[in-house]
Design a protein around this ligand. Structure first.
Ligand code: KG4
Ligand code: ZN
Length: 332
C-alpha cells in the first residue's frame, strides 16, 4: 500500500477525514458540512461548530478507513490541521488526532491550513511545479503567497480588513440574500449589468499587494439605502454584478502586481472564493500568466489537501509531538 496518511481537517465549519498515499492517490475522502446548520444565523457560530465537529469526527474516521480498505495498523502518519482557524474547531481535530496517535502508536503532524490550500492545487494539477503565486481567498482568508518551492513560502500581501468571501457574504446579507452569500451573488451577477453602479475598486492605484473590502461594502450599503429611500425596488442583479466587477478586479489587479514584482508568471487560485465564475475566468484567461483553478471539490476545505501537505512536510523532516496544540492565527 505504500506510505499511508490519515488526514483530519476541522478548522472552520467542515469536518473532513481522508486517507491518501505517498503518490497523492486519494484512497478515501469523507466530509460532513455544517453550512445548513449555521445558515439561519447568517454566519459560522463557533461554539456550535465545535459541538458538531465532535459528533461527526470519529464516525468520519471509521468511514474513511473503511472506504480506503485500511486498518489503523496500516497507517504511517496522522496529519491534522493545527491552524489557522477557530480555536474550538481546531481543538476537536487536534485532540482527536492526538488520541488516535497515542492509542494506535502512530506519529502525528500538525499542518498549516493555508499550506493545505496550496496543496489542494498540487493534488488537483499534477503538472503544477513551483515557483508559482497562490491566491488563497475564502471566508476567512485573502492572501497572496509566493510558493518558491513546496514548503517554502513568502507572503506577498493580504487584507487590511474583511476577507474576500466575508465581503461577498456581507453584501449578500445587506441585499437580504441567504448565507453563504458568495455563490448567490455570483449567480445573480450573471443577469446584471456590471457597469450599472460605479463602485470603487479598492486599492487599485496602490503599489502594495494588499486588499481592503470594507469601503466597497459601505459603498454598496449607501447605494442600497439611497434606492430604498427613493422607494424604488432594488435592482439586485445589477448591484451584485457591479459589486462583483469591483471585488474581482481588486483581486486580479493585485495578481498582476504580484506577477510584475516577482517575475513569476504562474498563478493558482484556492479557497472557497476560487469557486467564483468571474474570478476563475479571469485567472484562466487574463493572458499575462498561466492560470490554474481547482475543481470545485478542491476550492473548499477538505482533508485531502491536509494529507498531501502533511505527507510532504513529513518527508521534509517536520515533526510534531503529543504536545501539539492548535494555533488559531498560524501564518503560512
Ligand atoms: O473555503 P470556504 O468554504 O470556507 C472558509 O471560509 O474557510 O469558503 C467559503 C467562502 C464563503 O464566504 C462563500 O460565500 C465564498 O467562499 N464563496 C464564494 C463563491 N462560492 C463560495 N464567493 C464568491 N463566489 C462564489 N461562487
Ligand atoms: Zn480554508
Amino acid at each position: 500500500m505504500g506510505f499511508l496518511t490519515l488526514a483530519i481537517e476541522s478548522s472552520c465549519d467542515d469536518t473532513a477525514v481522508a486517507v491518501i498515499d505517498g503518490q497523492r492517490n486519494v484512497l478515501s475522502s469523507t466530509m460532513s458540512s455544517q453550512v445548513e446548520s449555521h445558515a439561519p444565523f447568517g454566519g459560522v457560530v463557533p461554539e456550535y461548530a465545535s459541538r458538531m465537529h465532535l459528533e461527526a469526527i470519529l464516525p468520519l474516521v471509521d468511514r474513511a478507513l473503511a472506504e480506503a480498505d485500511a486498518k489503523p495498523s496500516d497507517l504511517d502518519l496522522i496529519a491534522v490541521t493545527a491552524g489557522p482557524g477557530l480555536m474550538g474547531s481546531l481543538l476537536v481535530g487536534v485532540m482527536t488526532a492526538k488520541g488516535l496517535a497515542q492509542a494506535w502508536g502512530k506519529p502525528i503532524l500538525g499542518v498549516n491550513h493555508l499550506e493545505g490550500h496550496v496543496f489542494a492545487n498540487v493534488v488537483n494539477h499534477p503538472d503544477l511545479d513551483p515557483p508559482f503565486i497562490a491566491m488563497i481567498v475564502s471566508g476567512g482568508h485573502t492572501e497572496v503567497v509566493l510558493v518558491e518551492d513546496l514548503g517554502f513560502y513568502r507572503i506577498l500581501g493580504g487584507t487590511k480588513d474583511d476577507a474576500a468571501g466575508e465581503a461577498y457574504d456581507k453584501v449578500a446579507k445587506l441585499l437580504g440574500l441567504a448565507y453563504p452569500g458568495g455563490p448567490i451573488v455570483d449567480e445573480l451577477a450573471k443577469d446584471g449589468d456590471p457597469q450599472a453602479f460605479d463602485f470603487p475598486v479598492p486599492l487599485k492605484r496602490s503599489d502594495e499587494i494588499s486588499f481592503s473590502f470594507s469601503g466597497l461594502k459601505t459603498a454598496v450599503l449607501w447605494q442600497v439605502e439611497r434606492i430604498k429611500k427613493e422607494g424604488a425596488s432594488l435592482p439586485v442583479e445589477d448591484i451584485c454584478a457591479s459589486f462583483q466587477r469591483a471585488a474581482v478586479e481588486a483581486l486580479i489587479c493585485k495578481l498582476d502586481l504580484a506577477v510584475q514584482k516577482t517575475g513569476v508568471e504562474k498563478v493558482v487560485l484556492s479557497g472557497g472564493v476560487a469557486a467564483n465564475s468571474c474570478l476563475r475566468d479571469l485567472v484562466l484567461n487574463r493572458g499575462d500568466w498561466k492560470g490554474y483553478v481547482p475543481d470545485m471539490f478542491y476550492c473548499t476545505d477538505n482533508a485531502v489537501m491536509i494529507g498531501a501537505a502533511g505527507y510532504h512536510g513529513w518527508m521534509r523532516g517536520r515533526r510534531s509531538g503529543l504536545d501539539l496544540a492548535p494555533s488559531p492565527s498560524w501564518s503560512i
